[in-house]
Design a protein around this ligand. Structure first.
Ligand code: SF4
Length: 393
């Protein structure tokens, strides 16, 4: 393991890899491919030490809430997450700022963060994606040796169901001549049915092989499945996409299962579900949360406590109100003049005032008066409408 400081953490599509490299040892792992340009051993995990700070900065700057996801270059619940806790820290930030989250893992360590997953799902949306490729436990231990076996992953799905967290299963990759059987697919589908998964992904029935992961995969085939490498080479040559000869039959099985059980199926539909955060559903609870936090702060007179009111100031309605403030010039002009702020910075200034532990908040009649550094923001206590923002000087 080694630490690094990175320049950014969120991809343009709001994905993040908190770690790079993986110790789960899946024999088919595409992240080993040379095209990703790793300059160190795959098992020597890169820990992006400054990821939480970068994530917080990125979330603060976002005008709209959205789903934040973990990427596929590593599992967010590697064994070292128990001590490094980058995933947990990221979830804490996502929760605090009222964003949605989706994680892709094969590990039961995800249950450690159930409290956060539930909190995120209450305020916005949280979906756990679990990979399941191999129903046979013994075979699973050969193919995916470093992580919870399929039965345990199923138990995790059941726990998540009980906790009200929606799940999506990645039934991929399926390895030709190894686990591309009807029995295997039916076994996993039974698990999916019992766990009432929301969506299912297959990306076709097969796998990918390219320089880097191909060599590792063939080495493991030689160790565990004598003669299999020869069969792969004969059948697929140097192809990148490796399709199961049973692909059509198995694909049909999966598709029919999804139709019968009302499970979202297909890459586009599942990713659309994963990436969509329905603001209308979540706005009310956000306001309630923000309101109660601020009321709590007023009644407790506890100005030094952490700025938990971000959920409130991150709400779409408040942002819309602040934007309105720009255009109508209701007091914003005075802030800009007195504090020498650009138009865009007024929103950030207002957020800072609301969230700062050094600001004072008092309730008078229908309004909150939030004051910091000689400036006051007046917010209607019930609608959260920003009435005015002005400098006291
Ligand atoms: S869990 Fe994912 S990243 Fe890790 S070895 Fe397995 S396939 Fe690769």
């Amino acid at each position: 393991m080694h630490y690094t400081d990175v320049k950014s953490i969120l991809s343009p599509k709001n994905g993040m890899n908190l770690y790079r490299g993986c110790t789960h040892g899946c024999i088919y792992c595409d992240s080993r491919s040379e095209c990703y340009g790793m300059t160190y051993t795959f098992e020597d995990i890169e820990v992006k030490r400054n990821a939480p700070q970068l994530l917080e900065e990125a979330l603060r700057k976002k005008r709209r809430r959205c789903m934040i996801g973990t990427g596929a270059m590593s599992d967010p619940y590697l064994p070292l997450e128990k001590t490094e806790r980058l995933t947990r820290k990221a979830l804490e930030l996502i929760d605090r700022y009222g964003f949605g989250a989706t994680l892709l893992t094969k590990s039961d360590l995800v249950l450690r963060d159930l409290d956060l997953l539930q909190s995120i799902h209450r305020k916005a949306k949280c979906v756990v994606q679990m990979t399941m490729t191999t129903f046979d436990e013994e075979l699973c231990r050969i193919i995916e040796p470093g992580v919870a076996a399929t039965r345990r992953r199923f138990e995790v799905l059941m726990e998540l169901k009980k906790a009200g967290i929606p799940t999506v299963v990645w039934m991929t990759p399926i390895l030709p001549f190894i686990n591309d059987t009807e029995e295997n697919i039916r076994g996993i589908l039974d698990y999916c049915k019992e766990a009432e998964v929301k969506g299912l992904l297959t990306f076709g029935i097969g796998m990918t092989l390219r320089s880097g992961n191909r060599e590792y995969f063939y080495k493991k085939l030689d160790e565990h499945f004598p003669e299999m490498k020869r069969q792969y080479m004969r059948t697929f040559g140097s192809s990148y996409g490796i399709h199961s000869p049973n692909g059509k039959v198995l694909g049909k099985l999966v598709k029919e299962f999804c139709k019968q059980n009302d499970v979202i199926y297909g890459t586009e539909a599942v990713f659309s579900y994963l990436n969509t955060l329905d603001e209308r559903e979540t706005q009310l609870s956000l306001f309630e949360l923000g309101g109660s936090k601020i009321e709590e702060r007023i009644s407790n007179h506890a100005p030094a406590r952490p700025p938990k009111a971000e959920e409130f100031c991150n709400s779409e309605l408040l942002l819309a109100n602040l934007e309105q403030l720009h255009t109508t010039e209701l007091g914003a002009q005075r802030i800009r003049n007195n504090l020498h702020l650009d138009v865009d910075d007024v929103i950030d200034w207002c957020k800072t005032v609301i969230c700062s532990p050094t600001s004072k908040i008092i309730r008078k009649g229908k309004n909150w008066y939030i004051t910091m550094d000689g400036c006051t923001l007046t917010v209607n206590a019930t609608s959260y409408t920003v009435i005015t923002a002005h400098s006291n000087t």
